[in-house]
Design a protein around this ligand. Structure first.
Ligand SMILES: C[S@@+](CC[C@H](N)C(=O)[O-])C[C@H]1O[C@@H](n2cnc3c(N)ncnc32)[C@H](O)[C@@H]1O
Length: 201
């Protein structure tokens, strides 16, 4: 989806994400805090790319990670700023297309949740490049897996992203780009795609 169209879409959807916030926060707390699926507690700094309302970023911050979050939608960032859970999250506006506003190797972990499936193949490549550039240890996509549901298919068809191709090619794409991949199932329809980009700690 073109950047401008995506920005406008998520500006319009931001009130809906505000209403979903508590549920999303609970879900992300279960995955990343309680179950610590990706061993994030071993790291110090993290950035959430395409953070939306910041529900996931707030969980990282509550885990004690120094947390940054970036998004290109002003509507989403407004919601994120209005939530007291994000008080310690460093929020900023930025677009993957024009390069993330951070220098190389800035963060231990670079995460993007439900961002990649909305992009076409060229945009995803840029996303992977930028995530690798600003990261030190891990790049993690948290996104759909190949298990489809009618509700997800309808929503993603309406959104007009690349969901149907994404779920077929994501593993090969990440393997080709990063040279390694671990897939961790987080629930029925989504997984964490974890790629190592540097020395392990
Ligand atoms: C489906 S939402 C997911 C939001 C959040 N990560 C979550 O899990 O709830 C996708 C988010 O990615 C952001 N996004 C999409 N393309 C982007 C880009 N090129 N640069 C920055 N943010 C982007 C959108 O504005 C939106 O907030």
């Amino acid at each position: 989806m073109p950047n401008k169209k995506s920005r406008k879409l998520f500006d319009r959807l931001s009130p809906f994400y505000n209403r979903l916030y508590k549920r999303q926060h609970r879900n992300y707390a279960r995955i990343f805090h309680e179950m610590d699926h990706c061993n994030l507690s071993h790291f110090s700094t993290i950035i959430d790319v395409g953070c939306g309302s910041g529900a996931m970023a707030s969980v990282f911050s509550e885990m004690g990670l120094k947390t940054y979050a970036v998004d290109h939608s002003i509507g989403m960032l407004r919601v994120a700023k209005s939530r007291r859970e994000n008080a310690n999250v460093r929020l900023c506006r930025g677009s993957i297309g024009s390069g993330l506003p951070f220098s190389d190797n800035s963060f231990d972990v670079v995460m993007a949740a439900f961002v990649a499936h909305g992009m076409n193949a060229d945009q995803r490549l840029l996303l992977y490049k930028e995530m690798k550039r600003v990261g030190k240890h891990l790049v993690i996509l948290h996104d759909y897996n190949g298990v489809r549901s009618v509700a997800i298919s309808i929503a993603e068809f309406a959104e007009g992203g690349d969901y149907f191709k994404f779920i077929r090619v994501v593993k090969d794409e990440l393997m080709d780009f990063f040279g390694n991949l671990e897939v961790i199932e987080t629930d029925k329809h989504s997984s964490c795609y974890v790629c190592n980009i540097g020395c392990n700690i």
